[in-house]
Design a protein around this ligand. Sequence first.
Ligand code: NAD
Ligand code: TDX
Length: 339
Amino acid sequence: MITVLVTGGAGFIGSNFVRWAHDTHQDWHITTLDKLTYAGRLENLEAVMHSPRHTFVKGDIADAAVAAPLVQDADIVVHFAAETHVDRSIQSAADFLTTDVIGTFVLLEAARQAPRLRRFVQISTDEVYGSVPTGHSVETDELRPRNPYSASKAGADRLAYSYWATYNVPVVITRASNNYGPNQFPEKVIPLFITNAIDGVPLPLYGDGLNVRDWLHVDDHCRGIDVVIDHGVNGEVYNIGGGNEVKNVDLTHRILELMGRPQTLIRPVADRPGHDRRYALDTRKLQGLGWAPTVPFDAGLAATVRWYTDHESWWRPIKDQDAAFKAYYAAQYGNRAKA
Ligand code: NAD
Ligand code: TDX
């Protein structure tokens, strides 16, 4: 058996990856290490919870007593665990530094003493390039992160690289664009807007709505990570982008159209401070390893709308009953509406 440690596997992308990898790789034993923050949901792992090829460990990646033995027992580490929401990093950045930077440092230190480790996949993000008004980011571009989340992720990205260059830890780094699909926490724009539309609640569109994101279906992301595990070169960075550049306002129109809800639900609100205008990735390097995105955006978005419509029991308790989420929502959106 190949022993695979997945950090942050109870979150959105991590749980999609764990479920996908569990079904795809019969010779993998997967251990999920997750602190179960507000974003980590055990129900995301229901499908694998009773499998003999999956073990769940509740713990903090920044706690070496828990994390180091798991890293040292692994053949492959896929490191997703992070604080991930830009707006929360603007409200308060401390957890982003503790988890995204120090947590990554703890895992990398452990990786120096991991006898069988052959891959340490650092899951970075397209946000580390900063705003890209024209063209597409290539892996060698300068990093210009502009918010506390992306700055923390850029720190972790380069720290991971340094452990390859300095200590020969077998690090590969992936930088994906905006993911969408099932099990995404309803603070992120697509699930927030779908669930607000279901409830007939306004969709808070930041600024002029002309910011552009490149949407990647989470299944295509999982396959991209898998290709990097198999064929990537240590010390290298791989962009993973969907090639679906969409303005936020157009995305919002499409969601409402798909749902048969009125466009009048759109509520322009005050912009996010330091709001990156556009991300766009050049993915030719990963395509050279045999990967290509397969999920057309319209079909993927329609399937995502259906998933949230069919899985109200997954998100309804978060939005309606979770006091912490309600407090976050009030702080984020309460005073935002423009006159
Ligand atoms: P998420 O917020 O849905 O999940 C994060 C998971 O990490 C949760 O299960 C949480 O409990 C866990 N976690 C947080 N702090 C932890 C800690 N200290 N110790 C152990 N577990 C901890 O995030 P996501 O959207 O699935 O993102 C996963 C990774 O992918 C992150 O590294 C993120 O930066 C990166 N990424 C995300 C996107 C995107 O569009 N969502 C795009 C590119 C890269
Ligand atoms: O209420 C909103 N209104 C709005 O207009 C929210 C939550 C977002 N937006 C806009 C801001 C962005 O331009 O939608 C776009 C997407 O926002 P988010 O879903 O918050 O994602 P983003 O900030 O682009 O970051 C995401 O992609 C890169 C993930 O959250 C990161 O973890 C990942 O690294």
